[in-house]
Structure formats: C-alpha cells, structure tokens
Design a protein around this ligand. Sequence first.
Ligand code: FAD
Length: 509
Amino acid sequence: MDGSVVKGATPEGPAAVEGAPQGAPEADLTALVAELERIVGENWVYTAEHELRTYESDGLLQYRVIPAAAVLPATAEEVQAVVKACADAGVPWVARGAGSGLSGGALPISDGVLIVVARMKRVLDVDLANQRICVEPGVTNANVSAAVGPAFFYPPDPSSQIVCSIGGNVAENSGGAHCFKYGFTTNYVTGLEVVLPDGELVQIGGMELDHPGYDLLGAFVGSEGTLGVATKVWLRVVPSPETVKTLVAFFDTTRHAGEAVSQIVQAGVVPGAIEMMDEKAIEASEQMAHAGYPAGRGAALLVELDGAERECEARFEEVVGICEACGSDDVRVARDEAERQLFWKTRKAAFPAMGRISPNYFVQDGVIPRTKLPEVLERIEALGKEYGMIVANVFHAGDGNLHPLVCYDGRNEGEAERAEELSGKILDACLDAGGSITGEHGVGVDKKKHMPKMFEEPDLDAFQRLRCAFDPAGLANPGKVMPTPRLCGEVPGPYRQHPLEAAGLAERF
Ligand SMILES: Cc1cc2nc3c(=O)[nH]c(=O)nc-3n(C[C@H](O)[C@H](O)[C@H](O)COP(=O)(O)OP(=O)(O)OC[C@H]3O[C@@H](n4cnc5c(N)ncnc54)[C@H](O)[C@@H]3O)c2cc1C
C-alpha cells in the first residue's frame, strides 16, 4: 500500500507533512480491516489504492496521503465501534466530512484509518417552535437551511455550503458571508453527540442555549477532529428576514471600496453580508458566472441588507450614498431574486474560478482588524510584485477576513514552494496588523508551523493538555493543528530530568 505524502498537486508542492505519525504494522492493520468490515459491511470499507485516491486530500490539493483504509459508517453506533476498534488496535484515524476543508485537516494518515461520515445525512428533528434542528454530521450546510426554510434559516454559510458537511463546519468553526452580522458556527451549536477517541459515546450540551460547567462545547467546536467524531449536532436556527436588498458597487481601487466598508459600519448599518473582490477575482469569477461585471475595475463590493422592510429600505439608500461618496460610479441593485442569486453566484464562484486564470493557486485565510484593510492589501500587492506572482483577493470585508489567492504554475520548478513562502509572508502581514493566521479555514496541517507566531509555548502546552484530556493515546487526527506533537504523558514545557533518570535508573533516547 502506498502511504506516502505526495508533495504537490502538480509536479512539486509544499513541504511534506511533518510530525504525522505512522500507523500500525501491516499485520495489525489486516486484522483491523477485517473488524471494520464486520462493523459496517465490506462494501463500506475501502482498501484498494484506486478507491482510496478519492480521499487522498481535502480542498487543499497540495497535500496528499493515501490512508490504509477508508471506512464509511452509517450510524453513531457504527462510528463508535469503528473508533473503539482503532483504539484497541492503536491505529490513528482522521474524521472526514465532505473533504472541502482548505487547511489539510482531513488529510489522511498513512497506515491510519479515514472515518468518512458522508453517509450520515439524516435530519433527525426539526423543532421550529424552539428554533432548533438536530442533524447527523454528514448533512450539508445548505440542507440545514433547506430543512427549516423558508420561514427560518441557518446563518453561518461557507461558500462551499452546497457540499460541506455540518460535522466539518463544527470541527472548523466555519464562517461565511453572513457571519459579520450573525456570528460563526460556534454561536449556533447548542449540543453535540460525540464519539470520544476511546470509543465512548457522550453528549455535550443539548437543546438549551447554555449549560453549567466548563464550556466543553466551545472546546469541541473548532477542534478540527482532534477531540472525537461528532455524530449528532443540535443547531439554533433563526427566522428568515422579512426583506433582503442586495447591491454590487464597483470601485477603481480596493482602498476606495475599503473606505466604503468602514463608513457603512461607522454609520451603524449592520449588513447581513459585506463582501469584496479585487480586480483579478472579478476577472476570474466573471468568466465562470457571466454576471456582466465590468473588466478592469479595481474592486466589487457586494452589500446585502436584511431585516424589517422599512429599515432595509431606509438604510439601503444610505449605503448607496456611501458607496457613491467613496468613489463608486457603478452601483447595481438586484432587481429580483434571480439577479440577487447571480450576484451571490459570482462571489461564491471566486475560489473555483481562479482555475480559469491560473493553473494552480493557494487559498490563504487570515484575519485583520477591518480598519487595517487598505494597508494590508497594499502590502499583499507589494509582496506579489516582489515574488512576481499574481495574488487575487476575495474577502469577508466586514470581518476583515482575507482570502488572498496566490496564483502559480506548479509545472515550473520551485514555483509552488515560492507561492507557499509568499502565503506565509501574507500571514505575517496579518499578524503584524494585529490579526490571526486563520479566520475560518482552520490550522490543519497547513498552518501548524505558523502557530508559534501567535502563541507562546505555555499557550501551546495548555492546548496540548486539553487535547490529551480527550485523547490520551493521541489517535485522533494526530499531526494536525499543533506545531510540535508530544506524547500525552510528557510534561509540557522545557525538558526537565525525570527523577528516575537522575537516579540512573532510566535513560532518555
Ligand atoms: C470553494 C470553497 C469555498 C469555501 N468557503 C468557505 C467559507 O466561506 N467559510 C469557511 O469557513 N470555509 C470555507 N471553505 C472551507 C470548508 O468548506 C469548510 O472548512 C468546511 O467546514 C469543511 O467541511 P467538510 O465537511 O468538507 O469537512 P472536511 O474537509 O471533511 O473536514 C474538515 C475538518 O473537520 C474534521 N471533521 C469532519 N467531520 C467531522 C466530524 N463529524 N467530527 C469531528 N471532526 C470532523 C476533519 O477531521 C477535518 O479536520 C470553503 C471551501 C471551498 C472548497
């Protein structure tokens, strides 16, 4: 079985996965696979290389690993039995939803098991009177809103919402265009059923908004599959707004569009969404969506107001006025739902559309204080020039959540490495501006090397202690998130001699 890390989607890619542990010996794996087949049926366990290729990467195609086996349980009980079997065999595993993650979180482990929850897509309960829905983890984000609509909706809406799973959203604490006004996944998860890494099935929270005791729910949301597998998710949903009004305004520069964002927010308007694309992103998206967006404009700002009709109407005029005052001479208001959908399609097409203008690209994800948008965008542009590479920008402007898309041609020797280096410098620029290395895509395998730039050793030790409390054997998605994997028994912090070593009774190798 080929369990190697493939370096790069095209000839060459970024550095191989460091610290990813190897799994069990071949003999133990054979026995484990037989046990997995007994649990879920042999049709739902894949071990052939051509079947496993489907799962070798997530949306971050630069990293690839073929797992020893992929298993597709259909129920929480099956997940529990699968995790227990892995625990008994000492084999590491990775949970996977739809595999749309962009930080390599669902990257398999060579000689480990990939637990794919995509078959678990039942809507278990819809309780509109109490504004709750309970779903299995494989339900797509879009289908949650569909199940409670049209009267209600589920606000966190990653642009990948038609494919990404709620389990993946929970693990990544996913965001989206509506998060500026409505908040992130963590603000909507009220309960989880989880299979812990030793195979125990537990419930954290439930229907209620809050629970006494430590906030374990908060710890699990955003834990990127390192604390267990979510098998059931209770979510809060909210009433759909009475009215939605959407515009796209075109500007000569992102600086002007950024100024409009600041002024809209300072005026006390809280748009349901406020999204920006720069010239390159407009060019690529237009080729895919054909919305009639003009070529050569520096920025397109999509603003959507939602809420009570009278308030929306009144404040919409204000927003149009601010856009014009900030230099937009082309403000297009969606005349009907079809046109609104076209505006959104163009924005949501931005990532995949980059393939139209570049053979390869890295999607970066950093956050900065909104007021720093102009200076950070200028620094990104300067970095692009320094590296001789195009960097397109698409972002959730209200949240200061940037998605620079670093374009490169992987067929050219060393270009992927240079693109990755440039991506790292963009994150440094975000940190220098007082921001973060990730806004919504998670750390995964891609950004763990950047974690020490944000956190001191004692912070990382605290994270590790929490992780070990859930997963003392270190089998759940090892090699991800944390920059320097440790064994759970190790004393965090700098090396201190063990008393047995001091007494000459034990030796450290
Ligand atoms: C075109 C495109 C646009 C995107 N836009 C956005 C956006 O606007 N906002 C945003 O936040 N993200 C966005 N993403 C990223 C991605 O879609 C999200 O991170 C999403 O939540 C991943 O869900 P998934 O089901 O694909 O998870 P996967 O990629 O399968 O897994 C992601 C992580 O979750 C863990 N995991 C999966 N299921 C479970 C489970 N049941 N229990 C425990 N852990 C689990 C995995 O181990 C992994 O660490 C985008 C991606 C693409 C390709």
